[in-house]
Write a protein that binds this ligand. Structure first.
Ligand code: FE2
Ligand code: FE2
Length: 471
């Protein structure tokens, strides 16, 4: 078990103090990171004491320590999962060969691109969420938001460590650029679409952590398979932090659904809106939006890049070891391809369909969460059911990009799409309604009207605990 030096200027379990060059490079980047955090981190709460967990080791049992911390004092650092002895490349043309402890020259550019793309999403989400503390529905939720934010900051550290330690001058320049792009900025936007979308209310936030953070989980799982061992070890530890983000999203939506159901039952017409709740069809529209935006993050359905990442042993499948054949050479994947206004099934070479294979695993995972929300409706005796829209609905990347499909995946005429769009996606009146519900609740134990309390608090503490000390 590697030991974690928590008290170092940069907490780490990679023996930084014995690599002076790297230590110096990271110590130079650190103040720029802090400046970015003060400028773009949670607005208005940098002085508040927040009940946060901090990584103190990388083993499953005892990795986290909970205490009040002011966010700028959070111990951001570098934590890699312990190495697996004699680890071999698990897929692709180099199947069975030893993994690489340092970046191989021929994959240098590709790996740098993969790491930068992943790294860019981490600060982007902090930027997207920076105003949400102002409208937190409870101190419990506010604390969860800040926990997610500091951990996304740490994920940036994780990727910057790889850039600095393995990619020389190029890596240092990329690490600076990660602090310079800004979510939603037209001149210097973040790299991926969903990370430039505004998240200005808590319904967006919960949908984002449910669906977009879950894309992150699957990207990290694919990178955890990588033959580039430092990337595998970094992403494996990031996954332990990521799990909490999806918990926040999934249970956040669940609590809105439960509250809506309760309010419907109090109304003679089962009208949630009349009782100040978020109507179920409105929740469905936010679900449609964030699910579709998140599907785009997996990339095109047929992708020569995905095929070469797989061939080269850089990016594997979800749980690669559960597949019988790790070469994926002579197999086909059947997918629905749009042709002249219709959709036809076609077979494509499996390696070119690796984005789609990962997307399928993701969709199944999302479905489990949606089933859970539907269970709450069933228990409440309400017949409405949430549904994931078709993978073809509202896509901006890949085979279906820009083509009008309804949520069932049926092709539509352009006019039908324009006319019915606000049935399926949040429109201005939805946004105005949700915005009007957003008010900060600052008293411990209190909660906004439109969302239910969680059944329990953090780490054995009650919901009523003062998770954020304001003032
Ligand atoms: Fe992350
Ligand atoms: Fe996350």
């Amino acid at each position: 078990m590697s030991t974690v030096d928590v008290n170092a200027k940069i907490p780490n379990n990679v023996d930084l103090q014995h690599d002076k060059r790297l230590l110096r490079a990271l110590e130079q980047w650190q103040p720029n990171y802090m400046q970015w955090w003060m400028d773009m981190g949670p607005a208005g709460f940098q002085g508040a004491d927040v009940w946060l967990r901090t990584a103190t080791s990388v083993d499953a049992e005892g990795w986290a320590h909970f205490d009040y911390v002011k966010m700028p004092d959070y111990r951001w650092g570098i934590f890699l999962a312990d190495p697996v002895p004699d680890r071999k490349i698990g897929f692709g043309d180099g199947y069975g060969q030893p993994t690489w402890p340092v970046v191989p020259g021929e994959h240098r550019n590709t790996l740098r691109r993969l790491i930068v793309t992943q790294g860019d999403t981490e600060p982007a989400s902090v930027e997207q969420q920076r105003m949400l503390g102002q409208t937190a529905p409870s101190l419990y939720d506010m604390r969860n938001l800040f926990q997610v934010n500091v951990e996304e900051g740490r994920h940036l550290w994780a990727m910057v460590y790889l850039l600095h330690s393995q990619f020389g001058r190029d890596g240092r320049e990329e690490a600076e650029a990660l602090l310079e792009r800004r979510s939603g900025d037209s001149d210097k936007p973040r790299i991926l679409g969903a990370f430039n979308q505004p998240i200005d209310n808590w319904l967006d936030f919960f949908m984002f952590t449910m669906f977009t953070d879950r894309d992150g989980k699957y990207q990290l799982l694919a990178l955890a398979e990588s033959g580039f061992d430092p990337l595998s070890r970094t992403t494996r530890f990031m996954l332990t932090e990521e799990a909490h983000h999806m918990f926040v999203g999934e249970t956040g939506v669940e609590r809105i659904v439960q509250r809506t159901a309760e309010l419907m039952k109090q109304d003679p017409n089962e009208d949630a809106r009349a009782q100040g709740g978020v109507p179920l069809d409105m929740i469905q529209r936010y679900l449609n939006l964030w699910f579709a935006l998140s599907l785009d993050l997996f990339g095109g359905e047929i992708s020569s890049n995905a095929a070469s990442f797989f061939a080269a042993g850089l990016k594997g499948r979800y749980k690669e070891d559960t597949f019988a054949d790790h070469l994926a050479l002579d197999q086909a994947y059947r997918m629905a391809v749009p042709k002249e206004g219709r959709v036809v099934e076609e077979e494509v070479a499996l390696r070119t369909a690796m984005n789609e294979v990962l997307r399928d695993a993701y969709v199944d995972d999302c479905q489990r969460g949606v089933d859970r929300w539907n269970k709450r409706l069933e228990e409440a005796g309400i017949s409405f059911r949430f549904e994931l829209p078709s993978k073809r609905f509202y896509r901006h990347i890949g085979l279906y990009a820009g083509l009008p499909f309804d949520p069932e995946g049926r092709p539509l005429g352009r006019e039908d799409w324009d006319r019915r769009r606000t049935e399926w996606l949040p429109g201005e009146s939805d946004r105005a309604y949700v915005a009007a519900l957003q008010k900060q609740v600052r008293e411990a134990g209190q909660i906004a009207h439109w969302i239910g309390k969680p059944p329990r608090g953090i780490k054995g503490l009650p919901f009523e605990y003062e998770y954020v000390r304001l003032d």
